[in-house]
Design a protein around this ligand. Structure first.
Ligand code: ADP
Ligand code: MG
Length: 316
């Protein structure tokens, strides 16, 4: 995906991968509720648990079929910060797509925020995702021809929030990530770190319960990456649950907990650099590199941006 793709992460379930879809022109000017709220039922009581994977597995149909995720157990409490580490091809994206309700497991039960998502209709899963899950990616996925404010505001179109309110929320979230001075800037005029801040603001717009991050610092120089990680630390400190895919040992160390994925199997702890003489796993498999198609943007000398105090994320 390139910076020129005028795309936005939309609540759309696709064929197994994370897909962006262009937003219709004029959607930002539409004041009407696009989606009705479909998640009305009270969730089952599970106050402390945000994520519960019970025997969740994923086999891509193929041919040939690929068992990308073996049936796994995973329990994540509200407020945890979990790093998922694993070599390339180990199933990280598969897991992230499942956790983010972008894909449906072929085995097991995924409880999210008290809801059995495996039994949900697609429309309900879509709305649950829009309400409760924010995403940030290595390559930012911003719309090149929209301002920072518009990029953030657009993510709320599907929440049925009126235009004026969307823009107000967008400004608040951009302020939160230290970008109040760049509200009208186009992504092309922003540094890599600033672009990722816009993406974080967008992810936070709907007050999610969960922030899913896929190598969010993979395209940033170390100083800028540190500043972004400090922002995530701050958000976690305010109570946001964060799940981050990373192959960077230092990044993983910042999270309170690490889970290793290897050959589609989960293991508690950071075992990325362990010697493996136990199951024939190949430890020489290279760790993830940035996608060949992604724009690498080391931003030399960018000073860390001060992080504004974050408002406590809403729990709903
Ligand atoms: N849509 C798909 N169809 C078939 N196989 C897939 C698909 N997506 C991923 N895979 C395979 O599943 C395994 C795990 O992939 P992935 O989750 O992308 O790993 P990672 O993100 O850790 O690199 C790999 O063997 C990959 O080739
Ligand atoms: Mg991947």
């Amino acid at each position: 995906m390139t910076e020129d793709d005028a795309t936005v992460i939309l609540p759309a379930v696709s064929d197994g991968a994370l897909h962006d879809r262009p937003l219709k022109d004029g959607a930002l000017d539409d004041d009407t509720a696009v989606f009705a709220r479909v998640v009305d039922a009270e969730p089952a009581p599970a106050a402390h648990t945000l994520i519960e994977l019970d025997g969740v597995g994923m086999t891509y149909a193929g041919p040939p079929p690929v068992e990308a995720l073996k049936p796994v157990q995973l329990h994540v409490e509200n407020g945890e910060y979990v790093a998922i580490v694993g070599p390339s091809g180990s199933g990280k994206s598969t897991l992230l797509n499942l956790l983010g309700l972008l894909d449906v497991p072929t085995a097991g039960t995924y409880w999210f925020d008290g809801y059995d998502t495996s039994k949900m209709k697609e429309s309900k899963r879509t709305q649950l995702r829009a309400d409760k899950i924010g995403f940030i990616f290595q390559s930012f996925h911003l719309m090149a021809h929209r301002t920072a404010t518009e990029n953030v505001a657009m993510s709320l179109v599907y929440q049925g929030i009126p235009r004026r309110k969307r823009r107000q929320i967008a400004r608040e979230k951009l302020d939160l990530v230290g970008l109040s001075h760049r509200l009208d800037a186009l992504p092309t005029t922003l540094s890599g770190g600033e672009r990722q801040r816009v993406a974080i603001a967008r992810a936070l717009a709907a007050e999610p319960s969960l922030l899913l991050c896929d190598e969010p610092t993979g395209n940033l120089d170390s100083k800028t990456a540190d500043a972004i990680l400090a922002t995530l630390d701050e958000l976690h400190g305010q109570g946001l649950t964060i799940l981050m895919i990373t192959h960077d040992h230092d990044v993983a160390e910042r999270a309170g907990r690490a889970v290793t994925i290897r050959d589609g199997q989960l293991r508690e702890g950071n075992h990325l650099h362990d010697d493996h003489h136990d199951g024939g796993s190949d430890d020489r498999v290279p760790t993830d590199r940035p996608d060949p198609g992604t724009l690498i943007m080391p931003v030399a000398g960018e000073a860390p941006t001060a992080v504004q105090p974050a408002a406590a994320p809403r729990r709903n």
